[in-house]
Design a protein around this ligand. Structure first.
Ligand SMILES: N[C@@H](CCC(=O)N[C@@H](CS)C(=O)NCC(=O)O)C(=O)O
Length: 206
């Protein structure tokens, strides 16, 4: 039994997109909860078991899995048929793990620090910055349309997600812009946006 705790237009939306790409809508129950938003709207939902009251949270047979990259890895391992992430034993597995971990360990901190206009030598030494992040993406996209090669994977899905909700953090490079367009052209992008909009409307009406 799989349950996703989700809130519209949040970091949980990328898990909705993954559900769509994996075509596992019937395998997972989605529970909409409220979360505290940065603008002061909303608030923690007592029905959300996430230890910090955040989304996304996946619960599988009573075990809680939190953090987007952990949830993505969990689901692509559990449902490998769609080819959204190389499984253990695949020669590209290490590259896949690296993109997922790098996203959480470096990309989100760099984007959040940029949005907060924070800068400090220790932060730069630890995480580097926007220029290094862009360079890494550009290097990956020089020879292939997607981060892992010819095929769109959950590494692209995760990595592209902040650039759709924080366009100011989007690296201004033609290769990156073309990659974002390729990712956005997939039907899952539009279906996720539609799902989010419907859920937002329902939440408002509730
Ligand atoms: N690193 C976490 C971040 C989760 C997160 O911050 N989610 C936001 C929504 S976009 C949230 O639930 N905020 C509510 C709160 O901070 O209480 C992940 O990627 O899963």
């Amino acid at each position: 039994m799989l349950t996703l705790y989700y809130s519209p237009m949040s970091r949980a939306s990328r898990i909705i997109r993954l559900i769509d790409e994996l075509d596992i809508w019937s395998e997972i129950e989605i529970r909409r909860v409220s979360v505290a938003r940065l603008d002061g709207a909303g608030g923690q939902d007592p029905s959300n078991p996430h230890p910090d009251g955040k989304v996304p949270l996946l619960v599988h047979d009573g075990v809680e899995i939190w953090e987007s990259n952990a949830i993505i890895l969990y689901l692509t391992d559990l449902f490998p048929k769609a080819g959204m992430g190389p499984v253990a034993g695949d020669p590209l597995r290490g590259r896949y793990l690296s993109w997922l971990a790098w996203y959480g360990n470096v990309v989100e901190p760099v984007i959040v620090m940029g949005a907060a206009e924070l800068s400090h030598p220790i932060l730069t030494a630890t995480f580097r910055g926007q220029a290094e992040m862009t360079e890494r993406l550009v290097r990956a996209l020089e020879d292939s349309p997607f981060l892992m090669g010819e095929q769109f994977t959950a590494a692209d899905l995760l990595m592209v997600s902040p650039f759709t909700w924080a366009p100011a953090s989007t690296p201004d490079h033609p290769l990156v812009r073309a990659w974002i367009e390729r990712c956005d052209a997939r039907p899952s992008a539009e279906r996720t946006a539609r799902y989010d909009a419907e859920q937002l409307q329902e939440a408002g009406a509730a």
